[in-house]
Design a protein around this ligand. Structure first.
Ligand code: KIV
Length: 271
C-alpha cells in the first residue's frame, strides 16, 4: 500500500485536537472482529471494548463477573479488525482496585496481549494511584465517572448520578484529578446535562458522555443497544438507530421455514 493510501489513525492527540476544534467525537462499543470491522469502516472515532461485554456477550446481570482473560479475548478480536479507530479496552472489576502494582500488571497484559491503544477504568481519587502508575508505563488511560457499573452494589440502582451538590462537586474534582494525572479523556455516565457541560468546559481533555447531555465533547453508546439487538434495556439516553432484533428473528424464521419445507438447499446450492 502506498503512503498516500494509508488510513490516518485516530490517536489521543487527534482527539484533543478535535476537542479544540469543537468537532464532536463518536464512540461505540464492540466486542468481536466482525462488528468491529463494520463499526471501524463506518468511520467511528473510538471503539470501546467495554466490560458491558459481561452483559451483552455473556448474559450476566452486571459487569462484575467478566475476567481479565475474557476482556483480552474480546480486545484482541476487535484490534485485529480495526484500521482507523482508537481502541480502548476496559480494565474489568477486581483487576485494578486492589493496588497500583496489580493495576499496572493488568494494564500491561491488556496492552501486550490485545495491541489496543489505551485502557479505561472507573473511579476518581480512589484509583488515582493506579491511574498514575499505569500512565507512568506509557499506557494511555481514559477515566470513567458518574454511574460506574462496577460499583452497582454500592450505588444500589442504575439511576442518574451526581444530582446532589456534594456528589456533583466530587465528580468535578475527580475529573480535574484525572486530567492532572494525565488521562487523555473521561467518560461520564448518566449525570445531569448541566454537570456534563460544566466538566467539558473546565477540563481540556475530551469528555465523552453516555446520558450526560449534549454539552460534552462526544457521545458513546453500547453498539447492541443502538442497533436494537438488545431489547430489554431502554434508558432515556438511548437512541435506537435500528430494530435489528426484528430483522434477525425474521431472517432466522425464514431460514427455519426453508429448511423444514426443503426449499433450502436448492439445486444451485449443492455440489
Ligand atoms: O462498558 C461499557 O460499555 C462502558 C460504556 C457504557 C461507556 O463503559
Amino acid at each position: 500500500m502506498s503512503v498516500h493510501n494509508e488510513i490516518r489513525r485516530v490517536t489521543t492527540h487527534r482527539l484533543s485536537e478535535m476537542k479544540l476544534r469543537g468537532e464532536k467525537i463518536a464512540m461505540l462499543t464492540a466486542y468481536d472482529y466482525s462488528m468491529a470491522q463494520l463499526v471501524d469502516e463506518a468511520g467511528i472515532d473510538i471503539i470501546l471494548v467495554g466490560d458491558s461485554a459481561s452483559n451483552v456477550m455473556a448474559g450476566h446481570t452486571t459487569t462484575l463477573p467478566i475476567t481479565l482473560n475474557e476482556m483480552i479475548y474480546h480486545g484482541a478480536s476487535v484490534v485485529r479488525a480495526v484500521n482507523r479507530a482508537l481502541v480502548v479496552v476496559d480494565l474489568p472489576f477486581g483487576t485494578y482496585q486492589g493496588n497500583s502494582r496489580e493495576a499496572l500488571h493488568s494494564a500491561i497484559r491488556i496492552m501486550k496481549e490485545t495491541a489496543a491503544d489505551a485502557v479505561k477504568l472507573e473511579g476518581g481519587e480512589e484509583v488515582l494511584e493506579s491511574v498514575k502508575r499505569i500512565l507512568s508505563a506509557g499506557i494511555p488511560v481514559m477515566g470513567h465517572l458518574g454511574l460506574m457499573p462496577q460499583s452497582i452494589h454500592k450505588f444500589g440502582t442504575y439511576t442518574v448520578r451526581a444530582k446532589e451538590e456534594a456528589e456533583a462537586e466530587k465528580l468535578l474534582k475527580d475529573s480535574k484529578l484525572l486530567e492532572e494525572a494525565g488521562c487523555f479523556g473521561i467518560v461520564l455516565e448518566k449525570i445531569p446535562a448541566s454537570l456534563g457541560e460544566q466538566v467539558a468546559r473546565e477540563v481540556r481533555i475530551p469528555v465523552i458522555g453516555i446520558g450526560a447531555g449534549g454539552g460534552v465533547d462526544g457521545q458513546v453508546l453500547v453498539l447492541h443497544d443502538m442497533l436494537g439487538i438488545t431489547q430489554q434495556f431502554s434508558p432515556r439516553f438511548l437512541r435506537r438507530y435500528h430494530n435489528l432484533a426484528a430483522e434477525i428473528k425474521g431472517a432466522v424464521g425464514n431460514y427455519i421455514n426453508d429448511v423444514k419445507s426443503t426449499d433450502f438447499p436448492s439445486e444451485k446450492e449443492q455440489y
